[in-house]
Design a protein around this ligand. Structure first.
Ligand code: DGT
Ligand code: CA
Ligand code: CA
Ligand code: ZN
Length: 574
């Protein structure tokens, strides 16, 4: 899919226009087009072929033409024209979190900075200090932004890697020579970003499987293609390694290549003490192989329970497995509904009917419709009377649905002073209230913490969405005292969200674990803006498992009755 490629071109055009101080309206139209393309889940080439580009809300005639041109010629003349006047290095500078076009323009004018290395040198020499708007805090932000940028260049979000792997496994699974195939590495552990993708297979005629692998759709470069190993680069920019191993080594290879390295090192020490040797080829006693076809054998011989991949980070899981005290981790099938979704009433792209249908197909019992509130103009937030209309529509639709319920909700903005964007008497009419921060990210830690706690103390607020505001590889999020926030949640019976949208995954794994230890309930929600994004619940469940969460820690494992009771209890208590 070229969706993200074209979105990136539009984003770059917007940045350069802004750098040059051009008309804000034009700049915004490119930025908006970039955001929309990033959200569209259908393949843009398919939409173009079917002449449906202009049906995408927000894509006008001019943008559609530019997209067509790029699809047909691999070039966009507007992009080339804009780029002529600017170096690739300056473009790179603008991608660094905390460094917008305006700052780059200023740094260029005052210090002649045009590249990342110029900037790093100027930082080292302390030259930014004293420039307009360059306080200590801003300078620190820029330095952190550079770090963030450098790591994001090497890793991709799991939400991009996950569908790639699913696709590859789906194709190779049906290859006549394949016996078994599984992902390994950080992807199997469901880490929020992956460096490269590791896949293991077993079967006869390894070279045939490897050949199918390296000639698959989406492969942009073949790095290696042998009898037992293939290595390629795919459209998403990530490297994928496939290893074909012997059947009696599949378990030990899977264990080895799943990692993490730290987990494996610890496991090997334990093996050694007990007189065993483990490797990707099996588990051995006095050079005699005693297991290796299944992963479970290795853990069993070492005297412990099999450890779910998401826990394998050497963070206490080995000790827990030895004592038979591993958590009973939440599973995808425990999820009874998705608690955060946007419809076409605000900035989503699906109707209630489409959302309900997809939710039922996924086996859910309920789905929350949570459109934005009035102050969030960029996301087409609903006015009070529109929310009332929405409530009525949902009530009408619910009468037609059997064994399934759409829940009435809002994602209401927490204003800069901690007040809530809708009055209590309106919130009272809803089943679920989600509150979140979408503005004022730069407030001090104390202020923003108090602001969120004020929202938590509102009797109608049930869930705080994307609690830290971070965007993976793009934005660190606001500073907030999560310990204090969690205490307030426990006290009031408010849940924190684990937002599954692939660039958020917020709360992250370690904060989920902290929430569990503190006694905070979690809501695992996709924040989908289209039904084709609802699958991301799988990412959230993965992160939840990395955070040691069990079904009982998560409110959307509850049956409808219990979920409603959870929400109502807070109103009654306060
Ligand atoms: P990534 O790709 O950076 O997101 O992280 P991983 O964990 O997928 O790491 P990768 O692809 O380098 O290696 C896959 C697994 O192979 C890793 O999790 C554990 C195993 N492995 C790789 N190198 C070593 C090593 O030097 N020692 C041990 N014990 N295991 C290793
Ligand atoms: Ca890897
Ligand atoms: Ca690898
Ligand atoms: Zn949302």
């Amino acid at each position: 899919m070229k969706n993200h490629e074209i979105a990136a071109l539009f984003e770059r055009i917007a940045n350069v226009l802004e750098l040059k101080g051009e008309n804000a309206f034009r700049i915004n139209s490119y930025r908006k087009a970039a955001r929309i393309l990033g959200d569209v889940t259908e393949d843009i080439e398919v939409l173009a072929r079917e002449g449906k580009l202009k049906d995408i809300p927000g894509i006008g005639e001019g943008m559609a033409e530019k997209i067509m041109e790029y699809i047909h010629t691999g070039k966009m003349s507007k992009y080339d024209e804009v780029m002529k006047e600017i170096s690739e290095e300056t473009i790179t500078l603008m991608q660094i979190p905390g460094l917008g076009p305006k700052t780059v323009a200023m740094l260029n004018k005052k210090l002649g900075i045009v590249s990342l290395s110029d900037l790093e040198k100027a930082l080292q020499e302390g030259k930014l200090k004293g420039l307009f708007g360059m306080g200590d805090k801003k300078i620190q932000n820029i330095m952190r932004g550079i770090e963030l940028f450098k790591t994001s260049q090497q890793r991709i979000p799991i939400g991009m890697a996950y569908p790639v792997v699913k696709g590859i496994i789906e194709v190779l699974k049906h290859h006549s020579q394949t016996r078994d195939i599984q992902s390994a590495g950080s992807l199997r552990r469901m880490k929020e970003t992956v460096g490269d993708i590791d896949i293991l297979a077993t079967g006869t005629h390894g070279e045939d499987i490897v050949k199918s692998f390296v000639t698959m759709r989406g492969v942009t470069q073949i790095l290696a293609a042998g009898d037992t190993k293939g290595s390629v680069r795919v459209e998403e920019g990530v490297q994928v390694d496939l290893r074909v191993v012997r059947e009696d080594e599949f378990g030990s290879a899977l264990q080895y290549f799943t990692g993490s390295k730290e987990h494996n090192v610890h496991l090997r020490e334990i093996a050694k003490k007990k007189g065993y040797k483990i490797s990707e080829y099996g588990i051995f006693k006095d050079n005699k192989k005693i297991g290796g076809s299944r992963e479970e054998e290795i853990y069993k011989v070492l005297g412990m329970d099999w450890i779910p991949p998401e826990l394998r980070e050497n963070k206490g899981e080995i000790e827990a497995a030895q004592e038979g005290k591993l958590p009973n981790l939440i599973k995808l099938s425990d999820i009874k509904g998705d608690l955060h979704n946007h419809s076409d009433w605000s900035d989503g792209n699906s109707t209630f009917e489409e959302m309900a249908k997809r939710a039922m197909d996924m086996g859910y019992r309920y789905l929350v419709v949570s459109d934005h509130s009035q102050s969030l103009h960029v996301a087409n937030g609903l006015r009070e009377e529109e929310l009332l209309e929405e409530i009525e529509e949902i009530d009408n639709l619910n009468k037609k649905l059997k064994g399934f319920t759409l829940l009435k909700a809002t994602e209401v903005d927490i204003m800069a002073d901690g007040s809530i964007d809708f009055p209590d008497k309106l919130l009272e009419k809803l089943d679920v209230v989600i509150a979140s921060i979408h503005s004022g990210f730069k407030q001090e830690k104390k202020k923003i913490t108090e602001r969120m706690i004020a929202a938590i103390r509102n009797p109608y607020v049930n869930i705080i969405a994307h609690p830290t505001g971070r965007l993976i590889g793009k934005r660190e999020g606001y500073e907030i005292d999560l310990d204090k926030v969690m205490e307030a949640c426990v006290e009031t019976g408010t849940a924190l969200e684990l937002n599954c949208y692939y660039d958020r995954l917020d709360l992250n794994d370690s904060n989920c674990k902290k929430a569990k230890e503190t006694g905070v309930m979690i809501a695992i929600s996709t924040d989908a803006h289209h039904v084709d994004q609802m699958w991301m619940i799988e990412l959230g469940v993965g992160i939840a498992r990395r955070g040691w969460l069990e079904a009982k820690n998560v409110i959307n494992t509850f049956l409808l009755h219990d979920l409603k009771a959870f929400c109502k209890k807070k109103r009654a208590a306060i």
